[in-house]
Design a protein around this ligand. Structure first.
Ligand code: ARG
Length: 458
């Protein structure tokens, strides 16, 4: 049958198992549009330096457009000998326009071609991922804005600590996602570096105008060193590391909500749309969406760690090990995109139970406020901490709460206590005292909501 594009120096045939082992078309065909775009620009660049006549350029560009159409409409026929998206597209181009198709690859290598395709493809995907992340943050901010009335305990070590607003908790996760959004935007200039024109490794001998290529393809900068241009996959590792952190944030938020959705907490209920049942226990409604969100972070970091291991120790420029960048990257892109969409749906449809949150607010979460009361009367905090601790112990020994102790009891613990000590035992007041930037008071919820809204508008 037809020879391989690189078949000139070969007399023997490829072992079929080796062909299957070597091929990447089964998965890199999803970059078909990027590959066609890169080739169209390259054909134009070749024409600009006289390697192609204007007429040849037109026929090649039209041929490539047809190839692109075939992919889009599902008409593209993969042939058994096609190795990857680059060889498949070139093979098809030559079928469509004849031997002229063979001029396209002048001065180009699959090495600069694949690096260009990957970057172009990822830039498009990053835009979509950014949209998904923004949509998630938006839903969280809107909920936080509406649900600021509800108080709940804030936890450290999963032990009740101090009262906060439900909105404050929700916003804390939204701020992690805002940081992820910033980090993602900061990756873009490092993805947007043009490799095309680097050749196989030693640059382009036909003086193609790489500034033209960069402009035409929308890259913001040009790989200034051809060895770097074909050999660098940092942008892929960086993106997968980014995704590892972003999905880890999703995992931590999910864990909070999984705990809060247990009957023991009962703060939230997942909608049916994001829960599943048990095949045996009829009463079960399990938070599978959140568990999957928690679990996916492991998979995404596995992708990053796996490819980093393949990358480590490679000699300069292109080695076939680099083909191992694709499946982990594609899986990471698909996984994070799905995760953001699911998380958005879970948050948008979650029911909350403010009464349960309120019931979980026991008086002991005001022990810090009790200590602060004495601070305001001039007692050093280290002493007030101790006195408040003794009040907690006294209440506990009587099987009662801090607000059950009498003013006389308090005066016994410290003579700075006054009749107004019972004003301390007010959860709303405690939260509202936290007026410094970053606190759970209403004004600070307002501030957080506007900071995040402004970030989303950028
Ligand atoms: N399919 C290859 C990859 O994904 C394309 C580059 C092949 N280059 C080469 N010199 N064999 O990495």
């Amino acid at each position: 049958t037809k020879q391989k594009l690189w078949g000139g120096r070969f007399t023997g045939k490829t072992d079929p198992l080796m062909h299957a082992f070597n091929q990447s078309l089964s998965y890199d065909q999803r970059m078909h549009a990027a590959d066609v775009r890169g080739s169209i620009s390259y054909a134009k660049a070749l024409a600009r330096v006289g390697i192609l006549t204007g007429d040849e350029e037109t026929r090649i560009v039209q041929g490539l457009e047809l190839v692109g159409e075939e992919w889009k409409s599902g008409q593209f026929q993969v042939q058994p000998d096609d190795e990857d998206i680059h060889t498949a597209n070139e093979r098809r181009l030559s079928e469509l326009i004849g031997p002229l198709g063979g001029k396209l690859h002048t001065g180009r290598s699959r090495n600069d071609q694949v690096a260009t395709d990957m970057r172009l493809w990822l830039l498009d995907e990053v835009e979509e991922i950014e949209e998904g992340l923004r949509a998630l943050i938006r839903v969280m901010v809107e909920r936080a804005d509406r649900e600021r009335d509800y108080l709940m305990p804030g936890y450290t070590h999963l032990q009740r600590g101090q009262p906060i607003r439900w909105s404050h908790l929700l916003l804390s996760h939204a701020f992690s996602f805002r940081a992820d959004l910033e980090r993602l935007e900061q990756l873009i200039p490092r993805i947007s570096v043009l490799p095309l024109g680097s050749g196989a490794l030693a640059g382009n001998p036909f003086a193609v105008d790489r500034e033209f290529l960069a402009r035409d393809l929308g890259f913001t900068s040009i790989a200034e060193n051809s060895l770097y241009g074909v050999g660098d996959r940092d942008f892929i590792i960086e993106f997968m590391m980014w995704a590892s952190l972003a999905t880890t944030h999703l995992s931590r938020m999910s864990e909070d909500l999984i705990i809060y959705s247990t009957a023991e907490f009962g703060f939230v209920t997942l909608s049916d749309a994001y829960s599943t049942g048990s095949s045996m226990m009829p009463q079960k409604k399990n938070p599978d969406s959140l568990e999957l969100l928690r679990g996916k972070s492991g998979r995404v970091f596995g992708n990053a760690a796996g490819f980093l291991m393949s990358y480590k120790g490679l000699p300069s420029t292109y080695n076939k090990d680099l083909q191992e960048d694709k499946e982990p990257l594609f899986d990471t892109v698909d996984t994070v995109s799905a995760c953001f969409r699911i998380a958005e749906g879970v948050i948008a449809t979650l029911s909350i139970h403010p009464d349960k949150m309120r019931q979980a607010l026991t008086m002991d979460v005001l022990a810090t406020d009790l200590a602060d009361y004495l601070v305001r009367k001039g007692v050093p905090f280290r002493e007030t901490h101790h006195i408040s601790g003794r009040a907690v112990a006294l209440a506990e020994s009587r099987n009662s709460q801090l607000n059950d102790l009498s003013v006389a009891d308090y005066k016994q613990l410290c003579d700075k206590f006054d009749d107004d000590v019972h004003d301390v035992f007010d959860f709303e007041a405690s939260v509202e005292r936290r007026q410094a930037i970053g606190g759970p008071s209403r004004v600070m919820i307002d501030r957080q909501v506007s900071v995040l809204r402004a970030a989303l508008e950028k």
